[in-house]
Design a protein around this ligand. Sequence first.
Ligand code: PBG
Length: 303
Amino acid sequence: LSSSDLIYPIFLIEGKNKKQTIKSMPGVYRYSIDQLGMIINKVIKHKIPMVALFPSTPNNKKDKFGSESLNENNLVCKAIKFIKKRFKNNIGIMTDVALDPYTIHGHDGILKNDYVINDESVDVLIKQALIQAQMGCDVIAPSDMMDGRVGKIRKYLDKNKYHDAQILSYAVKYASNFYGPFRDAVGSKKSLKSDKKSYQMDFANSNESLREVALDIKEGADMVMVKPGLPYLDIIQKIKERFKIPVLAYQVSGEYSLIKNGINNGFINDEAIIESLMSFKRAGASAIVSYFALDIAKKLNFN
Ligand code: PBG
């Protein structure tokens, strides 16, 4: 395990000079854009190759259609521009393609009669992906779980000459109970009506994950993500063995909070962090998105 295996997620908020605590994720903060220079400096110093950006959008900018996702001056776009201007290609950026930070109902797509409608959602998502690429994002990461979106995003990016933007598909994303703190962090928790089971995967299913990955590879995904992490090591291993494509693991917010609270309470030794990250490597993950990334990179590089 080395710091080059890690991807560091960063939550963004509007305003200046802000570092906001997140109750459900002790030790993780929301930062205003002017704070990013300081954080990215640390990330680079500790040899982490990429950050993942997640916006916490103010409620007055949310609507039924997630229109703010297509605003070239939204929080994520501003952050990409800031980071690329200042750090060029010394740091990679990945951003989510999904509407949940921007919709009043907290779903990843557009609703009709309380159901997310696939194709109409994809029509918006391809535009969101292109805007992120235009801002300078390196890795476009659709996490919405609509069917067919990887192919349509690839086509749309290519048509607009963004051949080099890579696609990291959240191919296997389970409708999980471990996302709670994240939804709190981006402010979609209170607004989320019902659940995401009509588009995210049933956690009882294993073979479906292989079908999802096969489709996404065919549609042009460069890498695939399995999410959450620790409860799904079997899935990471299966995909890696079958497809030999880079498989990334996402140690999600609920996993982070469980371990972190255990450590803070003194019941769990902090070596548990390394143990959990090592398990992803053992299973075959090529990289790991983790809220522990910066702390652990410091430790790994010190030893
Ligand atoms: C939404 C999204 C989620 C996460 C990343 N992107 C949550 C969800 O599907 O509701 C979860 C990440 C985490 O829990 O750390 N597109």
